[in-house]
Design a protein around this ligand. Structure first.
Ligand SMILES: [Zn+2]
Ligand SMILES: [Zn+2]
Length: 104
């Protein structure tokens, strides 16, 4: 997945982390400078991404809690990357993509 990081003109010290989803959506989450909070956004197709220092743990917890509801998705592939912020540190993005995505 190709993530796009940009500074928000409407909010100071905030970046928006999004990607162009294969289904046509552009899901994104905000990350504030120095924040320890993890934000996440799910897409209509079943993709979900978490951004923040503890992103991977939050993602794992989310997936574990959704096993029953997401049965038709055929399980998830999970990955994580470090993204550069404008503030000299990297932030984690952890994401899950279903084996059988839902239609948009
Ligand atoms: Zn999608
Ligand atoms: Zn969609």
């Amino acid at each position: 997945m190709e993530f796009i990081v940009r500074e928000m003109s409407s909010k100071p010290d905030t970046i928006y982390v999004r990607y162009d989803c294969a289904c046509g959506c552009k899901p994104g989450v905000e990350h504030q400078k120095g924040s320890d909070e993890v934000e996440h956004e799910g897409c209509c197709c079943g993709n979900v991404h978490f951004v923040g220092r503890g992103a991977r743990q939050e993602l794992d917890r989310y997936i574990a809690g959704r096993v029953a509801e997401d049965m038709e998705l055929g399980g998830y592939n999970i990955a994580e990357e470090q993204l550069a912020t404008p503030w000299g540190y990297s932030v984690t993005v952890a994401y899950a993509t279903p084996a059988k995505p839902r239609a948009h």
